[in-house]
Design a protein around this ligand. Sequence first.
Ligand code: IPE
Ligand code: IPE
Ligand code: MG
Length: 246
Amino acid sequence: MAFHLFGKKRKAQTVPEKIPAHVAFIMDGNGRWAKKRGLPRTAGHRAGVITIRRVIRHCCDRGVKAVTFYAFSTENWSRPQQEVDTLMDLFVEFIDSEIDELDAQGARVRIIGSRQGLSERVMASIEKAQTRTQNNERIFVNIAFNYGGRAEIAEAVQRMMRDGIGPDEVSEAVIGEYLYTAGQPDPDLVVRTSGEQRISNFLLYQSAYAEYLFPEILWPDVDEEALDGFFAAYAKRDRRFGNAKE
Ligand code: IPE
Ligand code: IPE
Ligand code: MG
């Protein structure tokens, strides 16, 4: 049974009873959002950052335990240099402006992805965010930055071999411990906005049994109501994990 709450606007909201423990977002459509308004793509990325803040707050309110945002893929280096520079700047600005609130919210921030090719300035931001929030326990906030699922698996294998893990010791659980998301639940729900229906190298190992949603909404337009819509759609899914239907 869903129950009802009255939000700020005194509008009845339906709160789905089945909330994903871990929700992951492929934040797509910033460029199209800007184009529709005759703005440069970078304006779309700026608007997208505001959405991240909104989404974290609402996920916290709804009791989500981990939220992951795909912010920059290992493939995104091939974008025009000016756009790459803006995405790097926005990452640093985001950490600077949000870290106090994230910390106060009890968010444990982790930047998941390869460190190869990142500037010292970006590295310093990563260090700052992770160290400052390392003892928080309310919600994991993962930012997938310079992230690629295949690169993550390759890196995990390298580290396992360096640690002298033998063939007989390799198991699904051990691999999980070597991934960037070690210690966190796998995503229950992956949402890719903007209507594109592909995963673009995102959480390949961890999303083995995730439910997927591909809503048409562009990332900067995602608000609390849209999020509750995603959760409601998730609540209706019948997760079987290989079992026969009852
Ligand atoms: C997603 O928006 C943000 C990043 C990939 C960094 P896009 O920039 O891909 O937006 P579209 O797909 O061009 O609309
Ligand atoms: C995926 O979006 C990466 C991020 C959201 C960071 P893209 O827009 O880069 O993906 P493709 O190129 O359309 O697959
Ligand atoms: Mg895109």
